[in-house]
Write a protein that binds this ligand. Structure first.
Ligand code: FES
Length: 105
């Protein structure tokens, strides 16, 4: 599947990702600035914060309570905030668009 990352300035980056990887790994593997993923995906850093556009939200499993608690701690949380390490890329998510926050800190 292909994932499109869009940074805060509107620049778009395309990443071909293997199904089963999560969006944070996809970003890190493709040198996408804006996703750090400091904790390696164990939900303790929140430096993998991203925004998911409305049209994709329904296709992705709901965040867990722990994920929601972590999102409360990010810089600029929005209704569509997610932790990218908690989103698994599947074939159904081909074409997924992920918006990057201005900063992870
Ligand atoms: Fe640390 Fe997602 S990589 S919370």
């Amino acid at each position: 599947p292909t994932v499109y990352f869009v940074d805060a300035d509107g620049n778009q980056f395309e990443a071909d990702v293997e199904a089963g990887t999560n969006v944070m790994e996809a970003a890190v593997d493709n040198f996408i600035d804006g996703i750090v993923g400091e904790c390696g995906g164990v939900m303790s850093c929140a430096t993998c914060h991203c925004y998911i556009p409305k049209e994709w939200q329904d296709k992705i499993p709901e965040p867990s309570e722990q994920e929601e608690d972590m999102i409360d701690m990010v810089m600029e949380p929005q209704d569509n905030s997610r932790l990218s390490c908690q989103i698994e890329v599947t074939d159904e998510l081909d074409g997924l668009v992920v918006h990057l926050p201005k900063s992870q800190f």
